[in-house]
Design a binder for this molecule. Structure first.
Ligand code: FAD
Length: 400
């Protein structure tokens, strides 16, 4: 039976994240963004709210909340700033939930528990200078040597690259398959910043999500113990795609929050600003933009809620999550552009938040599958060119 009422736990989580972000981050976000400063002090605060392990079971150090709570937290965080939601995407979505499904017991104890508790920060390294959408084009290799792998390569455009402790990294373990671009030659590894041969840097030229950290990392024959191989050798590509099902969910919910932020800022401004003796909100053309924001917000929210519900019930949701991510991010771009438009010249300065929303929204139309990749994916399902085969591991259904 369809029930869109939030449970008591979900409502409390939504309210507490909203209150925390409004109190602790909103007053400072413009300065952090202007100064291109990532505030590490956010991690302990987010950990205290249970956000860094929000949908991770309590037995692994998490808050034991359902996947809808992860979506609600993502929506509330991005309402204030995209950089906050990005933490949820890479740390919780792409990394922790992937370890929960694919990690060994030992990996869960050594990595998932401290990450979910918030004492270690984690991220996800797939993209490289020469390969983003085309993940089979990565060049990083992992060569087996005794009971270790030697990892060599460079990852680029990685969120939290320069601040994380642990990295879920993808590399070719079968060099013949690499030549043939056969993804069954790729494997996934947990790499620690502390491993010898690892170095990272912050990307300085970025023009959006300026309060977030984005960067690159290099591995020069980094020795990774074989216990840090996630899943089996050759399962890396599947694991990466699995991880994206979780990350995209948080991006969809986050973009929904950004649409709501654009809507609220636009409604407020439309009632304050007068031209020709009238509030600009009284003009049909301004109303049209605000109404579009509301319809985009409501539709985006329903799409991510459906995806969260499928996750809660333990069902495959690649197609639905992809649609939610594609729809919400494209709609957030429209909402941010119109919010700037409604603010006129004031929208073109950072005195008002909508300029930041406009810069921030674009990233999500690119990462975790570009707009074009998602369009292709949806069409391919309809045309029968794509079907989902069950992966070996699934996200555990949420039960209480
Ligand atoms: C702020 C930010 C944070 C990021 N964080 C991470 C992270 O934490 N970890 C990580 O691994 N990566 C991360 N990324 C990288 C991101 O996932 C890639 O940028 C993305 O996958 C696109 O790859 P690309 O930039 O190489 O573009 P390309 O793949 O080179 O695409 C360029 C253009 O060509 C189009 N295109 C490509 N192939 C096709 C096709 N078959 N059909 C039609 N059009 C196509 C694309 O849609 C795009 O418009 C991040 C990126 C950004 C901007």
């Amino acid at each position: 039976m369809l029930n869109l009422d939030l449970t008591e736990e979900q409502r409390l989580l939504e309210q507490s994240v909203r209150a925390w972000a409004a109190r602790e981050v909103a007053p400072r976000i413009r300065e952090l963004d202007r100064a291109h400063t990532f505030d590490r002090g956010l991690f302990p605060q987010m950990a205290q709210l249970g956000l860094l392990g929000v949908s991770v079971p309590e037995q692994y150090g998490g808050a034991g909340m359902d996947y809808i709570c992860l979506g609600l937290a993502s929506e509330e965080l991005e309402y204030v700033d995209t950089s906050l939601r990005v933490i949820m995407s890479v740390h919780v979505g792409l990394n922790c939930l992937t370890l929960l499904a694919w990690g060994s017991d030992d990996q869960k104890q050594r990595y998932l528990v401290p990450q979910a508790q918030g004492s270690k920060v984690a991220t996800f390294g797939l993209t490289e200078p020469s390969a983003g959408s085309d993940a089979r084009g990565i060049q990083t290799v992992a060569v087996k040597k005794g009971d270790r792998y030697l990892l060599t390569g460079e990852k680029m455009w990685i969120s939290l690259a320069d601040v994380a402790d642990n990295y879920l990294v993808f590399a070719w373990t079968d060099l013949d398959k690499k030549k043939q671009r056969d993804p069954s030659g790729m494997s996934a590894f947990i790499v620690e910043r502390a491993f010898k041969g690892f170095s990272s840097a912050t990307l300085k030229e970025k023009w959006g999500i300026l309060a977030g950290n984005t960067g690159s990392f290099k591995m020069e024959e980094v020795e990774v113990p074989q216990e840090n191989l996630v899943g089996r050798e050759g399962e890396g590509f599947k694991i990466a795609m699995f991880a994206l099902d979780q990350g995209r969910y948080t991006v969809a919910a986050g973009a929904t929050g950004l649409i709501r932020a654009c809507r609220d800022a636009s409604v407020k401004y439309a009632k304050e600003r007068k031209t020709f003796g009238e509030e600009i909100g009284s003009y049909q053309l301004v109303k049209e933009m605000i109404a579009q924001m509301e319809s985009d917000y409501q539709a985006s929210r329903l799409l991510w809620l459906r995806s969260g519900w499928l996750k809660n019930t333990g069902r495959r949701n690649t197609r639905e999550t992809g649609l939610a991510k594609w729809y919400a991010t494209v709609a957030s771009e429209r909402a941010a552009s119109d919010a700037v438009q409604i603010h006129g010249a004031n929208g073109y300065s950072d005195e008002y938040p909508v300029g930041r929303f406009f810069r921030n929204c674009k990233g999500a139309v690119i990462y975790e599958g570009t707009r074009e990749i998602h369009k292709l994916m949806q069409a391919d399902y309809l045309l029968g060119y794509r079907t989902d085969r069950p992966p070996r591991c699934e996200l555990p259904a949420w039960e209480k």
